[in-house]
Design a protein around this ligand. Sequence first.
Ligand code: GLN
Length: 479
Amino acid sequence: MKDLYKLTVKEASEKIQAGEISSEELTKSCLERVKEMEPEINAFITVTEKYALTRAKEIDKKLSKKELRSPLVGIPYSLKDVYVTKGIETTAGSRILKGYIPQYDATVHRRIEEAGGILIGKTNCDPFGFGSSTEHSGYGVTKNPNNTDYVPGGSSGGSGAAVAYGGGLYSIAEDTGGSIRCPASFCGVDGLKVTYGRVSRYGALAYASSYDTVGPIAQNAEDIALIMSVIAGKDPFDATSFEGGKDDPPDYSRNLGKSLKGRKIGLPKEYYGKGLDDEVRNVIEKAIDKYKSLGCETVEISLPYTEFAIAAYYVVGISEASSNLARYDGIRYGIDVEAEGWKEKMQEVRSRGFSDEAKRRIMVGTYALSKGYADKYYKKAQKVRQLLRNDFERALNEVDIILTPTMPVLPFKIGENIDDPLKMWLVDAFTAAINPVGVPALSVNAGTSKDGLPVGMQLIGPHFLEDRLLNFAHIFEAS
Ligand code: GLN
């Protein structure tokens, strides 16, 4: 069979279970695709070819004995390089971790391996998740497979690009303020930011501990549902993971296909005002019309604290980051350099190893936490965070889901915003508002601009109701 890399997870899984294709064939197809595309796209920092092929053979053996039944058996996937993998270099996209070989596996990776998944590589990203374009990576920029003059979004740009071109059937990425949704939107695929605590973060290199979430990027909502049922659930190694009881995690596919007749979609007026690109608006309006034709009702709602969301997000986010990054000092973690004393060594490691964007965040975050400024910035931002939570709670009591564009702009050109950090931060306006609140949000490919650049819509729902978002997306995709 040709071009197996184009299959969805669902299709591939059915073929593997039925014995129509082997995991080895599928894995080879994806690896060949990676070889073909990587010289141009650069979605991967590490390709684990040998590891993947050995595992695929093993899995095929187990499959022939009917030992494995998960929908992810034998399916090749990639991991954002912020997840530790035993014996496989893990860099978080930063030069400061060049050569770091972890001693253990992140829970999300372990769960997928236990289900029979095949890791084909670690994907490129902005260092520690700091960015929206993957241009800050210490391992070269990733290009958007839809048009290589453009960024793939970020910080999980490698994951978005890999899924878009068929370098693995799905990817596990990380979302602190949009890093799953932005690349999903820019690359024309789907990505789920899960409810805070829904998926274990054990073994994820931290950016902002009160925002970080682990989630999938895949070709469609049906695939995301299959992946979620494997990766979600309580983990004794992560105290922030949600204790859902004995029927947890749920079967995320159970609601797919449920009619949307009479369901209410909230359209927050603050997300459709000035600053929204006209082409993005057109695509989103068409998607809204489609939902109406499927029997949904739309309601204009208001999230009045939206204008402060991005400021609050960044103040809290980089404050936490400045603390989380203290461990990269060349003593506990970080590259080794020659220096006179430990102070000089630490200075040298951090100045050589961190990107400009990481340095910017460490400095501003440290400032926002320092005595005399913590009340003015950090604590104030936490208060705004509570107001944002109230906004969403109120709105989600009135409607089933909230629908917004994922990004206010189309993918931008490589180099276009790189010298303007503030502009770069502002493109996160719609995604970054969600993480301080903690609810789930799904970016769904909604169409393309006149020039063929992808546009994503963001579906937001109440805590732990990822399956509701997946159904809304699935119905849209199926029609
Ligand atoms: N672009 C956002 C930031 O730079 C989001 C990053 C993320 O989700 N990791 O903070």
